[in-house]
Design a protein around this ligand. Structure first.
Ligand code: ADP
Length: 504
């Protein structure tokens, strides 16, 4: 089976795409005949097929490689771990153009407006955790003159990392915390987007990471993802994806009581009070859902506006999105909205738009069908595009206000009082992000206290900060990535009790 293929990017540049599994710092053939076919979401055309791992043999091989590498990596001096992470971050920066183009080819992200930003985030996350690699310390406590206690924060062993399609390399980078804290890893990419992580693996090797620290197995969730979740040689799984799959993983992980980090779905509210900075509220509301084609776990997809400014807000939002969120080819620098990642996602999002209209919502922007610029294009009409859509006059009970759509669709409804707003915000099975717009500091802080979510943005939305933890409550999962809290998800805390002369 071929281990590489030369691929021409839309810019005309060529690159070598690895196709094998990445185990022990080498690209190797899968022992199965299975393949994952990657499609260009902008055109619907096949890009290439990568090799899919055999769920038993190859996953075992990757776990064995990680297991054997673990003691050496765990005991590598902290400053060396730091330097390797910094070197990798620099290689990402040096290769940012190519990485962004590969990511864009596979996901449909606009190169300039989305993919490059993701690659810079990848570099920043690596730098951030490089910083922690040689700084994280434990606690000491001296309860009495004859006793001392301290904590050791030790790596768990082999961590399985299951990543989603929406930010393949950025979501991968959040799980590099595992490596920074001394664990070794087996990564599985989403089946829609297997390409960039294999290209990135070249840089891991070039940076000088020891073999076995970072392994990649491509494959479907049902086969390879499930094998990771239930593998008894894996000590922890860090997962980002849907709630339904999070539940499956939690069940499978029971086999060896694997600890989990689950970052699952969301239906994050954004509440606009009538004293808000109107123009900023409009811009952030649009950004919080139309960025990355709405494929954002914490996307603020549920907007409720205080009744006095409701009509004005819906009109202004529609105008702003129409003017700013330009739909088109991912290779076009002006474009902010590319295609959805797959045909399946395109159809899913379009069926939600249909359902919203059938339930009585009004399309203040967009609606069913392809964006006009795409429908009339010979090159992109088979791409997985959806019109950026605003479904106005939504009620909290509507299906489109309750279920995660995961596309460029926002539902907008109204509320009257603060209590209504908080009740609507919390009336969801999910609890990932939330946002509130008001100039009243007391109201903003009360909302942040009362809202049932892992994150709350006051007067912004989805303004993610690497130094602040990211994660959810309720059906959005548990555990935190990013920030200092992220470290706790990949280490065991051991208490050491030292007797300094205490006699029985
Ligand atoms: P999305 O709806 O965003 O595609 P999924 O939860 O389906 O989210 O997928 C997220 C990741 O989980 C992908 O890498 C996918 O392959 C993986 N996955 C899907 N099903 C399973 C499963 N049964 N066990 C483990 N991983 C899975």
């Amino acid at each position: 089976m071929a281990l590489t293929k030369e691929i021409e990017l839309p810019s005309g540049k060529k690159y070598t795409q690895p196709l094998g599994l990445f185990i022990n710092n080498e690209f190797v053939n899968s022992s199965s005949e299975d393949e994952i076919v990657s499609y260009n979401p902008a055109t619907g055309q096949e890009i290439v097929a990568v090799q899919a791992a055999d769920a038993v043999t190859d996953v075992d091989l990757a776990v064995k490689a990680a297991r054997e590498a673990f003691p050496g990596w765990r005991d590598t001096p902290a400053t060396e771990k730091r330097d390797l992470l910094l070197k990798l971050a620099q290689l990402v920066i040096d290769n940012v153009e190519m990485l962004a183009e590969v990511e864009s080819l596979d996901t449909g992200k606009p190169v300039e407006q989305n993919a490059k930003y993701d690659m810079l985030e990848l570099a920043e996350v690596l730098k951030y955790y490089a910083g922690w690699a040689d700084k994280k310390t434990g606690q000491t406590f001296v309860p009495s003159a004859d006793k001392l206690t301290y904590t050791l924060h030790q790596p768990l062993g082999v961590v399985g990392c299951i990543i989603p399609f929406n930010y393949p390399l950025a979501m991968m980078s959040w799980k590099w915390t595992a490596i920074a804290t001394g664990n070794t890893t087996v990564f599985k990419s989403a089946e829609q987007t297997p390409l960039s992580i294999l290209y990135f693996a070249n840089l891991v090797k070039e940076a000088g990471f020891p073999p076995g620290v970072f392994n990649v197995v491509s494959g479907t969730g049902a086969k390879v993802g499930a094998a990771i979740a239930e593998h008894t040689g894996i000590d922890k799984v860090a997962f980002t994806g849907s709630t339904a799959v999070g539940q499956i993983i939690q069940r499978a992980a029971a086999v060896n009581l694997k600890p989990l980090t689950l970052e699952c779905g969301g239906k994050s509210p954004i509440m606009i009070f009538d004293d808000a900075d109107f123009e900023q509220a409009v811009k952030w509301t649009a950004w919080g859902i139309f960025n990355n084609m709405g494929q954002i776990c914490s996307g603020t997809s549920r907007c409720f506006v205080q009744e006095g400014i409701y009509d004005k807000f819906v009109d202004a939002l529609a105008k702003h999105v129409k003017e700013t969120y330009v739909v088109g080819a991912p290779s076009d620098d002006k474009v902010l909205v590319g295609p959805q990642v797959s045909k399946k996602q395109q159809e899913r999002v379009q069926s939600y738009i249909k359902s919203g209209l059938e339930e009585g919502c009004r399309a203040a922007l967009g609606g069913e069908g392809l964006p006009e610029v795409i429908a009339s294009s010979s090159e992109y009409k088979n791409g997985y595009y959806v019109k950026p859509t605003i479904l106005a006059d939504v009620l909290p009970t509507h299906k489109v206000a309750r279920e995660e759509i995961f596309g460029p669709v926002i539902v907008v409804g109204k509320f009257s009082t603060y209590d209504d707003a908080l009740a609507i915000a919390n009336g969801s099975e999910y609890g990932l992000g939330s946002a509130v717009f008001t100039q009243d500091i007391t109201r903003a802080l009360n909302f942040a206290n009362g809202v049932e979510s892992g994150m709350c943005w006051i007067n912004s939305s989805n303004d993610v900060e690497i130094a602040s933890p990211f994660g959810g409550v309720k059906m959005s999962g548990y555990g935190r990535e990013l920030g200092e809290y992220g470290l706790a998800n990949f280490t065991n805390v051991k208490s050491v009790h030292v007797n300094l002369g205490k006699k029985l």
